[in-house]
Design a protein around this ligand. Sequence first.
Ligand code: C2E
Ligand code: CA
Ligand code: CA
Ligand code: CA
Length: 279
Amino acid sequence: AKKAGRNNFRVFCDDMAHLLTERLEQENDLREALENEEFELFYQPQILIDTGELIGLEALIRWRRPGQGLVLPSVFIPVLEETGLIDSVGEWVLRAACRQHVAWGEQGLNPPRIAVNISGRQFLQAGFSGVVSRILEEQRTLSASLQLEITETILTRDTVHCIETLRNLRGLGLEIALDDFGTGYSSLNYLKRFPIDVIKLDRSFVSECHLKEEDAAICAAIISLGRSLGLKTVAEGVEEPAQLDFLRREGCLAYQGYLFSPPRSPQETTELLSARACE
Ligand code: C2E
Ligand code: CA
Ligand code: CA
Ligand code: CA
């Protein structure tokens, strides 16, 4: 039994060493990806439900990994967060979004706001609002060009610091969206205490809002709550016309999802903006 125990320990150690090596390799690869400019932003249109107007573009990061195609963020964002690399990649994302907004503006394409996802660690770092304002200045980008998406779990950490950061960011003229709304807890409390502009209805409620009583009730409640608090409501993950009909009936402001468009490459987004500019 003792010997088996020792063998198990050896296996355990080998596994750990293997995991550690793998993690270090991933970290290295991601660092190189940033240096070699292998990250890209795709953009998903946000559409006003009443009029069909394009009111926003959510920037979603991809890693164009040589020999492996496009890698989705669920694979590498957790590694970036654990290793702290998210701070520099997050800055790259903000800078890239600003640069793209300015470029579209210069092409006369009248781009809507770009919504940028901000990870918890990035948002909570000291001086985050300073980082944002520096990037806006350096890229000569109007603050009205950006919206920042944060999740409600961020807000559970350091309330006083969060409120101050949010005030600073809104003071600059940025909009703040609460992402994945309803998936955390005590959301109602946050709505009252934190200065925000938009709530994003999570896909987990939207995907069956046209089929299940419970999901319909939750969506309807969040939309009406948002409206009575003067917040914009944006539904994510809309795939079916029946979902959109439901959201329209409930008075949701805007939506995004495969029904209108999946996230698009910069080139495909330029085409969408050009087509709209000609309408
Ligand atoms: P999220 O912010 O909730 O983004 C929505 C996700 O749903 C995106 O996945 C999008 O491609 C996908 N999606 C959009 N419409 C539909 C639809 O109709 N049906 C379905 N099934 N899915 C839809 P993606 O691009 O893989 O991003 C996953 C997550 O990674 C995001 O979730 C966000 O939390 C994170 N993320 C993406 N880009 C960034 C970034 O630049 N920085 C940070 N910190 N996180 C990011
Ligand atoms: Ca490598
Ligand atoms: Ca988001
Ligand atoms: Ca979501």
